[in-house]
Design a protein. Structure first.
Length: 147
């Protein structure tokens, strides 16, 4: 029995040697593992690149969608402003402010600025010396305590 095993081993060794190195290499499990690993790498690398490109494109699409939403909001605001400026109430307001026009029966009050800043300086000085409430009373009713 033992002799048969040795004979069998010698037979296999002889057979391997007789087939040649390259034939043995191509029919071995190592070769199949290397081929499988090469195929796996050849498939996985392009998939990974494609996945990275897809993520970059998705991010860019999201950014563009945000920009579109922002511009649509601005567009809505401008459309509202345009419709207001084309309305009669806007025309009436502009005529009153810029041209000094009024409606019939309406009274116009004009407040002239005499350009004196001395009153503003004294009001600023009084503010530091008097309370806020007293400054407002003086502003609306004048110097009523000294009269």
């Amino acid at each position: 029995m033992n002799k048969e095993k040795i004979d069998h081993k010698e037979y296999l060794k002889e057979r391997r040697n007789s087939r040649g190195f390259w034939l043995n290499f191509f029919s071995s499990q190592r070769f199949l593992a290397i081929v499988a690993l090469g195929l796996l790498v050849a498939v996985v690398l392009p998939l990974a690149r494609t996945q990275n490109r897809q993520r970059a494109i998705d991010r860019e699409i999201e950014e563009v969608k945000k920009e579109i939403a922002e511009y649509e909001g601005k567009n809505d605001d401008l459309n509202q402003m345009l419709s207001y400026l084309q309305s009669n109430s806007s025309l009436e307001e502009q005529a009153r402010l810029n041209m000094g026009l009024k409606k019939p029966g309406e009274k116009v009050l004009v407040i002239k600025d005499d350009g004196s800043q001395a009153g503003a300086a004294t009001a600023g000085e009084n503010k530091g010396k008097t309370s806020n409430f007293a400054a407002w009373v003086e502003y609306f009713f004048g110097d009523w305590q000294n009269s």
